[in-house]
Structure formats: C-alpha cells, structure tokens
Ligand binder design. Structure first.
Ligand code: TMP
Length: 208
C-alpha cells in the first residue's frame, strides 16, 4: 500500500454537508496507520493568502459577488496552495489528501453558476500547474441529508439556496460521468460505511 500511495494526490469532494472533512480525517488516520507519509490540505485555504481569499469568498456580506469573480478567486487560492504546500509535499513523496479541488469549481461555478464546466477546465489548464488529481472521490448526498449535517450559521456559498445546491449535486455527478478517475460514493450512509467504501476505491484504483 505504501508504495502505491506515496506521491499520490487524492481529492475528497462533494456538496456542502457531504461529510468530506470527517472522511478526510479518517482517511489520513488510516494512511498514517499504514505508514504512508501523508499531508492534508483544504482548498481554498491553508496558506496565508488562501485563507484571506477564503474569507472574502465565504463572507455572507459579499452578496454582490459575481460567478466569474468567485471562479477566479477560487483558482487564485488554488494556485497558491499548489505552489506553497501541495507541490513540496508531493516532492517529498507524501500522499496528499485534499478537501476539494477543481471538481468543486466545475460543480459550483461551472454547473450551478452557469459558467460552464468545460470553460472552467480550460481556465484551470491555462493557470494551474496540475489540473487533475490521481483520484477524485465525490461524496454524493441528497439535499435533505446534507442540510441536516450543516447545523451552524451558513456561509455565503452554503446560503445560496436549494435550487443552486441541487445543481451543484448534479454537476458533481455529471463530472464523474465525463472524467476518468472521478468516482462517486453514496455519502448518505453512515460514517464507517462511507470510510470503508473510500478505502475500497483507493485500493482498487489503477492510478493511470
Ligand atoms: P468548504 O467549506 O467545504 O471548505 O468549502 C468552501 C465553500 O466553497 C463550499 O461551499 C464550496 C465552495 N467552493 C466553490 O464554490 N468553488 C470551489 O472551487 C471550491 C474549492 C469551493
């Protein structure tokens, strides 16, 4: 397992309330138990610049923000995260677990926001050093289950309403159909069941 997973970039993604942070934590614990050197980051964030961009993006006061502005800010935070954190960790042969990545921009700004997932991928290709991870796992969840898991004040993106978030979910599922190495897990199941399914997908992944 160690040889297979060292130097790999694995993304957990999905609609708000899908449980990816809990799953990322469990996955990191499991990897460490398998003796795989591991780093975990969240996108957007985890750099000084990225955390400031995250605050601008999620601040509920910024209701006027246009989809294109969102898209470019997410991409900017991502470029910084790559340069400062992900690239060095991969160079040290760590397995990198990422909470969100380009798949989110495709589903949120591309699909739900109406900008177009293909255009998002085009911009990413021009401005990111690496576009696709080795594996992206989408934690798919229905709106009702997801809402039940968000028991705090909603941020600007979470507060966009059911219609938007239904499209986000569809966007993730469509991406999984169109892109290789983007797989879906039913995340409405219990935490342990989802964790086992994620481990299954990782151990079966061909990483090509
Ligand atoms: P998080 O709270 O799961 O870290 O994600 C922050 C929010 O930003 C979440 O509502 C999803 C949204 N988002 C996008 O709209 N586009 C993106 O490219 C990313 C990475 C996140």
């Amino acid at each position: 397992m160690k040889d297979r997973l060292q130097g790999k970039l694995i993304v957990l993604d999905g609609p708000d309330g899908c449980g990816k942070s809990t799953q990322a934590e469990l996955l990191v614990k499991w990897l460490e138990g398998e003796d795989v050197p591991t780093s975990r980051f969240r996108d957007p964030g985890d750099t000084a610049i990225g955390e400031k961009i995250r605050e601008i993006l999620l601040n509920p006061e910024h209701l006027a923000m246009d989809t294109r502005t969102e898209l470019l800010l997410y991409m900017a935070a991502r470029a910084q995260l790559w340069a400062e954190k992900i690239a060095p960790a991969l160079n040290e042969n760590h397995c990198v677990i990422l909470d969100r990545w380009l798949s989110s921009t495709c589903a949120y700004q591309g699909f739900a926001g109406g900008f177009g997932a293909d255009k998002v991928i085009g911009i990413a290709t021009d401005c990111l050093e690496r576009v696709w991870p080795d594996l992206t796992i989408i934690l798919d969840v229905d709106l009702k289950t997801a809402a039940g898991r968000l028991k705090r004040q909603l941020d600007r993106m979470e507060a966009k309403g059911d219609g938007y978030h239904q499209k986000v979910r569809e966007g993730f599922l469509q991406l999984a159909e169109e892109q290789k190495n983007v797989l879906v897990v039913d995340a409405a199941a219990g935490v342990e069941t989802v964790h086992k399914k994620i481990l299954e997908l990782i151990s079966e992944a061909s990483f090509t």
